[in-house]
Design a protein around this ligand. Structure first.
Ligand code: FPP
Length: 247
């Protein structure tokens, strides 16, 4: 969700105003994802590196999270949206932590969309922590080092409840990943969009999803192999090959 600060500065506002507008775009994006039938939406709301921003900016972001958690709780719950966190909710200030925990608790039965907020999150940190946790298990004799595989690593990460990323969208005109879901996005389609996050609208989201639907994802296979697999799966499931998302 990049571009909040630049959007505000362009309009002659302070950077924090951009985050407030960004929170509105969050609401619309979550609603659009639910309407489109997307099962998982993960938002990079606060990175480990963001702690080093000016104090008033960090405070504003923490307050916006509280506002979001309180204001949207009932709507999210009623719409079947389950909220969870990747990263380290325990590192947030008490008021924010409690509001986010309450939001997680209130929405825990949602089965339409899982909304994951990445908070105090870093992809490298998640990998390092997972490696350390596995090393500790080996040291204690709980697991054999030879049994460590991708699944074992995943199971120690704070994203363990998420499937791999299919589509990663970054607004704000930069073409980088900035430590987001490094392991989980190994085969993701990447989309870098020019508009700033407060300008991101449902129609941009829909266009991104439609772009994604037109991609052939090969996961290292050849195009011919993928087509054969698609057709086999379609015959087995009696489904159409590339369903168009309704909105
Ligand atoms: C990056 O833009 C954005 C963030 C660091 C925070 C994102 C937060 C929100 C959208 C609002 C609060 C979130 C929720 C879930 C209610 P930037 O400030 O780095 O923009 P810049 O590159 O233009 O400076």
């Amino acid at each position: 969700m990049d571009g909040n600060g630049r959007w505000a500065e362009c309009q002659g506002f302070e950077r924090v105003k951009g985050h407030c507008e960004g929170a509105r775009a969050v609401r619309d994006t979550v609603e659009t994802a639910a309407r489109m039938g997307i099962p998982y939406l993960t938002l990079y709301a606060f990175s480990v590196a963001n702690w080093s921003r000016p104090r008033n900016e960090v405070d504003t972001l923490m307050r916006l999270l509280v506002d979001f958690a309180k204001r949207e709780r009932m709507d999210l719950r009623q719409n079947g949206i389950r909220v969870q966190v990747a990263g380290h909710v325990e590192e947030l200030p008490t008021v924010t932590r409690l509001a986010v925990r309450e939001l997680i608790n209130a929405t825990r039965h949602g089965d339409r969309l899982t909304l994951t907020l990445a908070l105090s999150y870093g992809g490298r940190r998640d990998l390092v922590d997972a490696a350390r946790a596995l090393a500790e298990k080996v040291r204690k004799g709980e697991i054999d080092a030879r049994a460590i595989d991708e699944q074992a690593l995943r199971s120690e990460m704070t994203t363990r409840l998420l499937p791999d990323v299919d589509l990663l969208i970054r607004t704000g005109g930069e073409s980088r990943i900035s430590d987001f879901l490094l392991f989980e996005a190994a085969y993701a389609e990447l989309m870098f969009l020019p508009m700033m996050w407060p300008e991101f609208r449902p129609e941009h989201f829909l266009a991104a999803i439609q772009g994604y639907m037109g991609k052939e994802r090969r996961f290292g296979l050849t195009s011919a192999q993928v087509r054969t697999q698609d057709q086999d799966a379609a015959r087995a499931n009696g489904r159409i090959l590339r369903p168009v998302v309704g909105y």
